[in-house]
Ligand binder design. Structure first.
Ligand SMILES: Nc1c(NC[C@H](O)[C@H](O)[C@H](O)CO)[nH]c(=O)[nH]c1=O
Ligand SMILES: CC(=O)[C@@H](O)COP(=O)(O)O
Length: 162
């Protein structure tokens, strides 16, 4: 389903587990900082809304989205972090540079999740222009940071059931 058909901030909170004892890592890219800060605010507020304690949410910043993978690994290797949320915005340029970044991040954070057996959430907004990015960061399509936080909580529930 395309984002246009789904508000990114809408999710079913009925089956989300209590997370008051869980610890979260947020990795936030500084490229397109105004937008990534908005994604981060959405993710942070969603975690707190569902019971995460502010002192249990650790935020680190990395230069660009390409560095999200290593940032995620820094956090994931800490035994007391239960889930990591990666937030970045890659806007298409004139060349294929954006493709290389997006594919590297998708593959990289997948590998980190499998290596540490923890949810590492792909909160990477990949758009053709800046307006599309704002549309997904508190604009007409909601906030992908909210969606990313909800996915992290949901994945912790999946782990518990298993
Ligand atoms: N163009 C974008 C970048 N580029 C920077 C890279 O992510 C990386 O920091 C650099 O290549 C050094 O390794 N990053 C974004 O997050 N968004 C972009 O649109
Ligand atoms: C990912 C980008 O948009 C940027 O870093 C590269 O832009 P360009 O392809 O115009 O060199």
């Amino acid at each position: 389903m395309a984002t246009a058909l789904k508000n990114l901030s809408e999710y079913n909170s009925d089956n989300l587990i209590p997370i008051d004892g869980k610890r979260f890592g947020l990795v936030v890219a500084e490229w397109n900082k105004a937008i990534t800060d908005t994604l981060c605010k959405g993710a942070y507020e969603t975690l707190v809304k569902h019971g995460a304690k502010p002192e249990n949410i650790e935020r680190i910043t990395v230069p660009g989205s390409f560095e999200l993978t290593l940032g995620a690994q820094f956090l994931a290797q800490s035994s007391d972090i239960d889930a990591v949320i990666c937030l970045g915005v890659v806007i298409k340029g004139e060349t294929k540079h954006d493709d290389y970044i997006c594919h590297a991040v998708a593959q990289g954070i997948t590998q980190v999740g499998l290596k540490f057996n923890k949810p590492i959430i792909f909160g990477l907004v990949t758009t053709n222009d800046e307006q599309q990015a704002w549309d997904r960061a508190g604009g007409k399509h909601g906030n992908k940071g909210v969606e990313a936080a909800a996915a992290a909580i949901q994945m912790l529930g999946v782990q518990l059931i298993d």
